[in-house]
Ligand binder design. Structure first.
Ligand code: C5P
Length: 220
């Protein structure tokens, strides 16, 4: 079979990661978490004392960190300059800073190039999740999915993942990040014209996965 490329975009907490990993595992495809790449470069900026409020300072060093993404859906590790940052990229600190770093055009150019080379190299095909995959990174993807859910459902899922954090503050932080990601100039979070929108509010994970797997199979 020809390699199949699936783009899964949408705001935070819509189930992109869980869905993408499960679809890739079920179909024997590679998997790429592009949010993890933006988190990894943000972690590097924070660790190296770069001023996150200064886009030109970020742009000047955007090419420095070497980011390597694992593409196995059952263990998608990510390293920066050889250091496994799978844990550190999920901290509250990195989460609160990632939108500012990912809005810098030089950062996006660099990471987009990396994403395209990974997608092209996936022999059996790949599921790529993010915010601008269907619109910018892989506009010729075989299938584009745009996941949505109500802010309440998304906040409830996130606070379930981050035990101990209350739903209200999770909801505020999540909406703030989505507003920043949707309003930036370079490649904002957006639904591609030819994407299939799936509202996951009242669906279980396995229902969403089944829906996407069926759509992929129809394309093959
Ligand atoms: O998906 P995740 O929540 O890990 O993404 C973290 C951040 O990375 C997003 O809030 C966004 O700022 C950035 N991102 C992006 N483009 C992508 C994927 C993620 O700008 N394709």
């Amino acid at each position: 079979a020809q390699p199949v490329i699936v783009a899964i975009d949408g705001p935070s907490g819509t189930g992109k990661s869980s869905t993408s990993k499960a679809v890739a595992a079920q179909l024997g495809l590679s998997y790429l978490d592009t949010g993890a790449q933006y988190r990894a470069i943000t972690w590097w900026m924070v660790t190296n004392g770069i001023d996150i409020d200064d886009p030109s300072a970020i742009a000047a060093v955007a090419g420095k960190p070497e980011i390597v993404s694992g593409t196995d859906p059952s263990a998608p590790a990510i390293t920066v300059d050889g250091v496994d940052v799978s844990g550190p990229i999920r901290t509250h600190d990195v989460t609160s800073k990632v939108s500012a770093v990912s809005a810098v055009a030089e950062v996006r150019a660099r990471i987009t190039e990396l994403q395209r080379s990974i997608a092209v190299g996936a022999a059996r095909g790949i599921v790529v999740e993010g915010r601008d995959i269907g619109t910018t990174v892989l506009p010729d993807a075989d299938l584009k999915i745009f996941l949505t859910a109500t802010p309440e459902a998304r906040a409830a899922r996130r606070s379930g993942e981050l035990r101990g954090v209350d739903v209200h503050s999770t909801r505020e932080a999540l909406l703030k990040r989505d507003a920043a990601d949707s309003s930036r100039k370079t490649s904002p979070l957006a639904k591609a014209g030819d994407a299939v929108e799936v509202d996951t509010t009242d669906l279980t994970l396995s229902q969403v996965v089944e829906c996407v797997v069926t759509l992929v199979e129809e394309k093959r």
